[in-house]
Design a protein around this ligand. Structure first.
Ligand SMILES: Nc1ncnc2c1ncn2[C@@H]1O[C@H](COP(=O)(O)OP(=O)(O)OP(=O)(O)O)[C@@H](O)[C@H]1O
Ligand SMILES: [Mg+2]
Length: 624
């Protein structure tokens, strides 16, 4: 898992390494500061000791030789000068430590944000290659969560790892070593206290983590509820289901609150525990050090415990104690964050490790000879399971340039049948041939470029009308766009819009009507002059007259293209060479209108019901 994620660090390796290097310098400076402080305090204490003059003058002379600074003869004035030198050293050290900290933070931010960008890019590219089957298996909302929230969790964990996970152990070890040089007995006490704290702290996440894991799942379902509701806001209002939806959301939100309260309460315990242990340790340090300071100078025997301490050493030891405990606390916090991110990392790696169930073959056929289509004993199942076939033993042979209608009840597998032509799914058994070649032998991009499909669930993207039409052909000229829109009977309504072809389409195409959206999608499909055109119920929202006009202009402008039209209206098959009747996943009949009127009960009934309806409508109109 780590290997797969680490691949996304790429060009951000250097900032990651630099961040760690600067942290090392920062920590080294931080642990040396108490040492210098302790020397300073020891010196001040020495000045105030009776009879200390001689030793201090010795120090001054040494400093005078090494730095060239001369000290006035007066002891007190010289001592103050000495203190200023210490202060300057401390200031430089603190400044350097601050600079290292800032540089490390800057490189860390750059590295983690870059890593997240690469990770998102890798995920996004992977998803672009996914087949419909892959997308079905993950679900769209789950893929979106993985690209957003999960990547953010992993990014935060990465930041924590390169900063705190390096800093804490380093700080722990170096502060412990420094404490050891001052007094081994005190260092031992710090070591024991650190592990006591680690034990106490580790218990909390151990109990809180299962609750957190549970709460994240509930969080997911709450998000799904919000997403579903916002997405279907119009339906919710149309069915006056606001109260029901609010109730559903309330239950989900309360569930999340309860578990979060439990988990957060457990985590909240950590602060008082930490402070308690810290104060106890400081108390022990001060007491013991005082004993060492007082007794070390008067009573023999304490030296075996590393005795003989000065006031400055006490101050350094207290600071090291705090550093050691703090580093442990940080380590536990990082651990909690990493554990939380593991689930996100797992979800990301699953996507990265999923191979598309549809691969374009190497050296695949790039030329589609013509628009002929053959279904040869085709079985298809969405789950890949032969028992639950959505399509069973389909056999059809369509000549290039033919116009084919497909009729059938809902769920009779009309969409399933046509989705196999541009290889949106692979057949389970048998084969589908386009232009005489098995679709699996084509280079996927070349095959799909030659087949235009207006999907049943069509979508427009945010952008101008021109941008949307250019999805069908990237380099389409303005004239080509207008021609395609004229063909799809869309030119008229586009011209009436204030900005014409530059009118901005909102996300999902919410600012155009259903019929207008369908016509724009048809124009988008027709612009590339494909060899095969498939309309999956694409004129259902268009009035009968416009529907007929689209068919007529298409027959005139693209006479060589094979046209497959799925429709619920029998009138949409006017001009079709043959019509396929689907029933329960099987092809129940194929033939011309006249043939089917005789041979297919389904077709005849559909025709009679619809004609009777239109007769009635005409009658009603006549009365009116
Ligand atoms: N992505 C999918 N995953 C699993 N099963 C599916 C999927 N899409 C469709 N099905 C199932 O396959 C069967 C045929 O569906 P299909 O969409 O082809 O019907 P259709 O004839 O196009 O219906 P409609 O007229 O409503 O569009 C249905 O039983 C449906 O539940
Ligand atoms: Mg369908």
């Amino acid at each position: 898992m780590i290997g797969k994620l680490a691949r996304s660090v790429r060009e951000y390796k250097l900032p990651s390494i630099l961040s760690v290097v600067f942290i090392v310098f920062e920590v080294i400076l931080e642990v040396f500061i108490p040492l210098v402080c302790s020397d300073l305090i020891n010196f001040i204490e020495g000045v105030r000791m009776p009879g200390a003059d001689e030793a201090i003058w010795h120090n001054f002379n040494l400093l005078n030789i090494s730095t060239g600074i001369s000290f006035p003869g007066d002891l007190e004035a010289s001592a103050i000068g000495y203190v200023f030198i210490y202060a300057a050293i401390l200031l430089v050290m603190a400044g350097l430590s601050l600079t290292c900290g800032l540089l490390s933070g800057m490189f860390c931010a750059r590295a983690s944000a870059g890593f997240a960008k690469n990770l998102r890019k890798d995920l996004y590219y992977k998803i672009q290659d996914f087949s419909f089957e892959n997308i079905d298996s993950f679900s769209t909302s789950s893929l979106v969560t993985r690209l957003t929230t999960d990547v953010t969790n992993v990014q935060n964990a990465y930041m924590m790892i390169i900063r705190i996970a390096v800093r804490s152990p380093l700080m722990f070890i170096s502060a412990l070593v420094m404490a050891f040089t001052k007094n081994w007995f005190m260092a031992l006490i710090f070591f024991i206290a650190a592990f006591l704290l680690l034990g106490a702290m580790a218990l909390i996440p151990k109990r809180a983590m299962p609750i957190f894991n549970r709460v994240f799942k509930k969080y997911d379902s709450m998000n799904l509820r919000i997403q579903e509701n916002v997405h279907a806001a119009r339906a919710v209002k149309a069915f006056v289901r606001e109260d029901y939806e609010i109730q559903k959301f309330d239950t989900a939100a309360t569930d999340v609150r309860k578990d979060f309260t439990k988990a957060e309460t457990l985590l909240a315990f950590s602060n008082p525990i930490v402070y308690f242990i810290m104060f106890v340790l400081i108390l022990i340090t001060c007491t013991l050090c005082t004993v060492f300071i007082v007794n070390g100078k008067t009573i023999e025997g304490y030296e075996s415990l590393g005795g003989k301490l000065n006031l400055g050493d006490l101050s350094a030891l207290v600071q090291y104690a705090i550093m050691i405990l703090m580093s442990m606390i940080m380590l536990v916090m990082v651990f909690v964050m990493i554990v939380m991110a593991v689930e996100s990392a797992r979800r990301i790696v699953t996507v990265l490790g999923t191979e598309s169930t549809l691969e374009s073959p190497e050296n695949g056929v790039k030329e589609v000879a013509d628009g002929s289509i053959v279904f040869d004993h085709v079985d298809f199942s969405y789950a890949g399971d032969d028992e639950k076939c959505a399509l069973k033993d389909a056999n059809i042979s369509i000549k290039s340039g033919e116009t084919i209608g497909i009729l059938g009840g809902t769920g009779s597998s009309k969409t399933t049948l046509v989705q196999l032509i541009p290889r949106l799914y692979d057949v389970t058994e048998g084969s589908v041939k386009v232009g005489g070649v098995d679709v699996r032998d084509y280079d996927l991009e070349s095959l799909r470029k030659n087949i235009a499909m207006v999907l049943q669930k069509n979508v427009l993207f945010s952008g101008t009308i021109k941008d949307n039409i250019r999805w069908g052909k990237e380099d389409a000229t303005d004239e080509e766009i207008v021609a395609a829109c004229k063909l799809a009977q869309a030119d008229e309504f586009i011209s009436q819009m204030p900005d014409g072809y530059d009118t901005y389409i909102e996300q999902g195409g919410t600012n155009v009507s259903g019929g207008q959206r369908q016509r724009l999608c048809i124009a988008r499909a027709l612009i590339a002059s494909p060899k095969i055109i498939i309309f999956d119920d694409s004129t259902s929202a268009v009035d009968t007259k416009t529907d007929a006009l689209i068919r007529k202009s298409m027959a005139e402008t693209l006479p060589d293209a094979t046209k497959i039209v799925i429709a619920q209206r029998v009138s949409s098959f006017e001009g079709a060479d043959r019509i396929i009747v689907m029933d329960g996943g099987k092809i129940s009949a194929i033939g011309t209108h006249d043939e089917l009127m005789k041979s297919s009960v389904i077709y005849r009934e559909a025709y009679e019901i619809q004609n009777k309806k239109s007769d009635d409508e005409e009658g009603d109109n006549a009365i009116a």
